[in-house]
Design a protein around this ligand. Sequence first.
Ligand SMILES: [Zn+2]
Length: 249
Amino acid sequence: MNQVKTGEVQPMHPDLELLLQLQHIDYDIGELERSKEYMPDMMNSLRGEIEVSGKAIEEASAELMDLTTKQKTCELEVSSLQEDLKRYQSQMLSIKTNKEYDALVTEIDTIKTRVAECENDILAAEERIEELNNSQEALASNAKTIAENNGKQLEKLQERIDSVGDKIAKCQHDRQRIVTQVGKPSLSIYERVRRGKGASVVVALKKRACGGCFKSVPPQRYYEIRKGEKVVCCDNCGRLLVHDQSSED
Ligand SMILES: [Zn+2]
């Protein structure tokens, strides 16, 4: 976007003064139109962040419940295995053959292995439960912060979305007021260049060259532009040229 501001450039042809104002309005309209597209996306991403932070809490709670259930199941299994163990160990006393002895030892070893497995699982569950309990506070505070911050941003964006239509209507009204004051040939140059080149139509000279395409301006035209008596276009790109003291050497 060209940085020429109304009132900074002197002297200037009245049409160019008006077209510069028009250019600013058209820029604002363009930004407002674009905001209608990107603001809903921004809102969706803010809502998504709130959802993700809430989901993290839900997932942690669900995991905590699963682990607690698993821990209890393992504890029950261990106590039932220990009952079996006691029974087999008492049977040891009444063993009669080597075959019976070997079979019982195998049973007892199997049970002991399973008890060790369950105890490992219980330990792992306990560690993870502690970890989850410790992280709960951080997750909750993170979710609260996100909900608050994003909530405020969402409110502001909603206000902006609600007011976009009015703002565009006001810009269009201002645009119309200016359009009626600009000479028809200047206006048609402006509209034609805008269709082809986009937002920057009225541009300041930069080191005696067009600020849009950087093609040098012949001395004669340069002085015409400086005097501000004529509407001068760039030979190369057709943009309307103004002299801006701040952009010149
Ligand atoms: Zn040019």
